[in-house]
Design a protein around this ligand. Structure first.
Ligand code: ZN
Length: 294
């Protein structure tokens, strides 16, 4: 058995691509600095909308082979970020993408939205007790923007945080472990407004058919709610490459990108967080491991 790295970071995401969009620079930075970075993705993203016309046949309403394809995209994204440990909750395909809120796919018996939270959390507890991360990154209660899989990923991550340290829960999954700090992804309103101003000034309307609005960006909060900012400017190239690897879902153009709605939005290399469990080392931490005993 190999010894654990001193600093261990766990990220919980709903679909392949969410990690690169939200945390690509953070993941690349900590991996480059020698931390053990683990990504747990809850679904294969089978219901995603496909952007490139030559991949359109993969979609759920055609061949329904987008899931396996996105396993490959995620692997390429992880290679770009220098992250070696990426897993699917309960194994690949255990939970199916639930589609957007209100879609008939929400009722599919295998979808993540229909999963029993404690059972799903058990899979994550096994990972937590194996790797013993000091820091976990998850979504807020609304999952950033109300997608059922993001909301469920929030519930499962927070339940697993509780159960992992519970001595009475599933001793067969390993010794209890308490994660020292839990952060939720967020984006400060000022950064989003500044990003859209840059996008408008660059006249990018010609490259993407339109420009998104602040309301299209998940997890926007008032600046006062942000407690940590990771400066990932040295890893902009890695983040951009990781986002490009998710080619079925993301079109990247320099410091901007678009999802399947074709609306340009800024790509952030400073990534922001809100501490919700544990003690903050400062009003605005620059290091998620600050004050953590390693
Ligand atoms: Zn997602």
């Amino acid at each position: 058995m190999t010894a654990l790295s001193a600093r261990r970071l766990l990220l919980v995401h709903a679909h392949p691509d969410d990690e690169s969009i939200n945390n690509g620079a953070t993941m690349a930075k900590y991996a480059a600095e020698g931390a053990h970075v683990t990504l747990v993705t809850c679904t294969l993203g089978e219901e995603g909308e496909v952007i490139p016309p030559d991949l359109a046949h993969l979609a759920a309403d055609r061949d329904d082979t987008l899931g396996p394809h996105r396993i490959g995209e995620l692997a390429a994204a992880m290679a770009a970020l220098g992250v070696e440990d990426h897993r699917f909750l309960g194994g690949p395909g255990r939970y199916r993408d639930s589609g957007m809120m209100g879609a008939p796919q929400n009722d599919h018996p295998d979808c993540f939205w229909q999963a029993d939270v404690d059972e799903a959390a058990g899979h994550l507890v096994a990972v937590i007790r194996e790797l013993r991360p000091q820091v976990m990154i998850a979504y807020d209660r609304n999952g950033g923007y109300g997608h059922p899989d993001h909301i469920q990923a929030h519930r499962v991550a927070m339940r697993a945080f509780e159960l992992a340290s519970d001595t009475g829960f599933r001793p067969d999954l390993g010794a209890p472990h308490e994660i020292a700090k839990v952060y939720w992804n967020c984006v400060p309103r000022s950064a989003v407004e500044e990003g859209f101003a840059r996008l408008r000034a660059a006249g990018r309307e010609s490259l993407f058919p339109g420009i998104a609005t602040v309301d299209d960006v998940p997890g926007v909060v008032d600046d006062t709610e942000v407690t940590a900012a990771v400066d990932g400017s040295g890893y902009a190239g890695a983040k951009t490459a990781a986002m490009r690897a998710h080619a079925s879902q993301i079109a990247v153009d320099g410091p901007f990108f678009a999802l399947s709605n074709d609306l340009g939005q800024p790509l952030f290399v400073h990534e922001h967080y809100r501490l919700v469990r544990g003690e903050a080392a400062a009003d605005r931490e620059g290091d998620l491991f600050a004050e953590v005993t390693v």
